[in-house]
Design a protein around this ligand. Structure first.
Ligand SMILES: [Zn+2]
Ligand SMILES: [Zn+2]
Length: 698
């Protein structure tokens, strides 16, 4: 049973499809070119630990390819010696960086090489150059860089090098300002108790959540998933307690149909197996059968519990629908995520082909066409943007993203007056959408109307101070007044408000997609049909309960007065079962008879105690349900256990946008804390069980 229910819950786990990763192939290519060059120079990975200033490679490369940074880097390294600012070394290293200027992958790998040789200043120069390449490409997020820097930050602070860790952490934030893991890593390495460092980070986390619809989306999705897991585990816990209590009642009459060659217990066991085989029809059918079978025998004290479990079970279709809604929006190949990627990442071929494929398969989707147009701008090809924009305008002209994308395309294409018109139209329709204000300000700067430009930039800043100020500051820091084209205009991202009220409802799938997710879980019924059917089943259950089961039918089976096993008219002898009858009838001596009877009774009591202890060891609370403890006790413990177990499952299922390196430490700690709960109840169960056993010896 518990495995069944857990399996049922785990079957809800979501798969995640592969997706292109920004700069991944660039880095792979750079590593390849480095390895080829190092091989020529006789450097294998075993040499890496020896590489430091003054290092001479074992062999001189045959054909030093000076279009790559590696020969310069090795020459600089051999020239640097003890004196780090040696003029030759500086000139070689500068050449190395210059030759990587246009290649983000090479720049990154070069920074790694400097790091390995302990040349942190040069590493920092590379990272700064890499940031310029990153910003000039119009990107806002390069998780592949952020995650590796965070990983190093984790390792550094693990070695006790807190300050270096902080440096890596701040570099990581350059390449993805919206990654909450950056703040979590900082909090973790500073220690939760150092308030001066932790409080601003907590503030950052709150700001990030409140300003980014993508973070909110992930958060709400995970909370929803956790909450439904919690509800269904609670249902499982209740059923786990009620099942052992009522199965022998429910299955007695069916078991009597079996031939008498089996002992009564074997018959019951076989009937239980037959019942369990219903699970092959699907978990939902199984749980419905479960309710129908035990309901008529539930005593009035257990009915409320059974009812609670049933209500939780009725929420299942809702959980499927909600899960599907989030998955549709978050689908890596879906329009919303591709749009976000088109905004957040620079140009690379794989993403371009993903977006183009989507524009063909979903030709009537304005969002993917807008994404395609914006991505053409990143490629530096405004003319390629025009046809997609025309389609987007035809589909949804008065959309803020479409209007700003139109403005940006005209701006980059040289039609400044047209761009102004688009921005102005957007401002008149959406007077709180800051990218339109900012970009209109940029238009006025370009036409030398600085005062007007300032006015609009100020208005943009008022609308979203955090984002706009950071945008301007970053530009000034990296490019002073000479902003690269893709940093002059803001990309039309959505405000969280606009996202939840317009984008989410439009892209969260249909009953059809939800039914696909539901699949054949209930005899191939579609999800809405199953929802209706489950309401029908509920009505039938309640009707049977009040009209049929409350009547005398129940009296067909009763409990044996001695051993409490279930008997029917066929197998009872007077008020006791056959077995008890055989055990006591022959005894003439009244005292011995009494002793045997009380022995049978106490054996029954002990069996129940052990069952309760056993249940409580694995699902704390279900034993209380089994024993019929007061509702407030059993329910609160079942709820607590469900919280813990749902959290286990959430941790187990959690996926992050890139390898989990950075949070591995946190996850391990969380597992340990949660395990305390189970260890406590397991230990308590063992102690109680041992006490029961020693009582027997008395
Ligand atoms: Zn009996
Ligand atoms: Zn019977």
């Amino acid at each position: 049973m518990p495995v069944m229910v857990l399996g049922f819950i785990c079957s809800l786990a979501l798969g995640s499809a592969a997706q292109p990763i920004f700069w991944e192939s660039e880095i792979a290519l750079a590593l390849e070119s480095r390895d080829i060059m190092y091989l020529q120079a006789g450097i294998r990975s075993t040499e890496f630990s020896k590489m430091e200033p003054g290092y001479h490679s074992p062999a001189v490369p045959l054909s030093p390819d000076t279009t790559t940074p590696w020969p310069y880097f090795l020459k600089g390294l051999s020239n640097s010696g003890d004196v780090h600012d040696d003029a030759d070394a500086v000139s070689y290293f500068t050449k190395a960086i210059a030759s990587a200027e246009k290649y983000p992958g090479r720049m990154w790998v070069l920074s790694v090489e400097f790091e390995r040789c302990g040349l942190r200043d040069w590493q920092e120069k590379c990272i700064k150059k890499l940031e310029q390449i990153f910003l000039a490409s119009g990107a806002q997020a390069a998780p592949v860089i952020t995650q590796q820097l965070l990983y190093k930050a984790v390792k550094m602070s693990g070695k006790g090098l807190g300050e270096t860790g902080e440096l890596y952490n701040s570099w990581a934030s350059w390449f993805d300002k919206d990654d909450i893991l950056i703040h979590l890593q900082a909090v973790q390495s500073a220690g939760v108790l150092s308030l001066t460092k932790v409080l601003p980070r907590l503030q950052d986390i709150v700001d990030d959540i409140s300003s980014s619809w993508k973070i909110q989306l992930g958060l709400v999705k995970n909370i929803c998933a956790w909450f439904f897991t919690f509800l269904f585990i609670a249902m499982a816990g209740i059923l786990l307690g009620l099942g052992p209590k009522y199965f022998s009642w429910a299955l007695h009459l069916p078991s009597e149909r079996l031939p008498d060659v089996f002992a009564p217990k074997a018959k019951l066991f076989l009937a239980l197996l037959v019942f369990a085989s219903i699970a092959f029809l699907g978990q939902l059918a199984f749980i419905w059968c479960f309710f129908f079978i035990i309901w008529r025998f539930c005593d009035s004290k257990d009915k409320p519990l059974a009812m609670i479990a049933l209500v939780l079970f009725l929420l299942f279709p809702l959980s499927v629908k909600l899960g599907d809604m989030f998955d549709q929006v978050l689908s890596p190949g879906g329009s919303v995520m591709l749009y976000k990627k088109a905004l957040d990442e620079g140009y690379y071929h794989q993403l371009d082909s993903c977006i183009r494929a989507r524009t063909i398969s979903n030709n009537a989707d304005y969002l993917i066409h807008t994404a395609s147009a914006l991505y053409s701008l990143k490629k530096g090809d405004p003319s390629a943007a025009a046809p997609h924009l025309q389609i987007a305008q035809r589909l949804f002209r008065n959309n803020p993203a479409v209007l700003v994308a139109t403005g940006n395309t005209l701006f980059y294409g040289g039609d400044l007056a047209g761009a102004r018109g688009a921005y102005q139209e957007c401002i008149s329709l959406y007077p709180s959408y800051e990218p339109a204000f900012f970009n209109l300000g940029q238009y006025y700067f370009n036409t030398m109307e600085t005062a007007k430009g300032m006015e609009y930039i100020t208005q943009a800043t008022k609308l979203n101070p955090g984002y706009v100020n950071a945008f301007i500051k970053k530009n000034d820091e990296c490019f002073s007044k000479d902003w690269p084209p893709l940093r002059q205009l803001m990309a039309p991202d959505f405000s969280p408000m606009y996202f939840w009220s317009n984008i989410f409802p439009e892209y969260c799938g249909t009953w059809n997609t939800a039914s696909q997710r539901f699949g054949g879980m209930f005899f191939g019924f579609s999800l809405p049909l199953y929802g209706l059917l489950s309401l029908g089943l509920l009505a039938i259950l309640l009707m049977m309960d009040s009209l049929v089961w409350s009547k005398a039918v129940v009296k067909k089976v009763t409990a044996c007065k001695l051993c409490q096993s279930i008997v029917c008219r066929k197998c009872k002898r007077g008020v006791i079962c056959k077995t008890c009858f055989n055990a006591t009838q022959q005894i003439r001596n009244e005292q011995i008879r009494q002793r045997i009877m009380s022995k049978i009774q106490s054996r029954t009591v002990r069996f129940r105690t052990f069952t309760a202890i056993f249940l409580n060891m694995f699902f704390p609370g279900s034993g209380l349900v089994y024993r019929g403890a007061p509702l407030y006790q059993s329910l609160s413990l079942v709820a607590t256990t469900s919280i813990i177990y749902a959290t286990y499952i959430a941790l187990f299922r959690a996926t992050f946008n890139f390898p989990t390196w950075t949070v591995q430490g946190l996850i391990a700690q969380a597992y340990l804390v949660l395990a305390v709960y189970n260890i406590f109840f397991f230990g308590q169960g063992l102690v109680k069980g041992f006490r029961e056993l020693t009582k027997r010896g008395e």
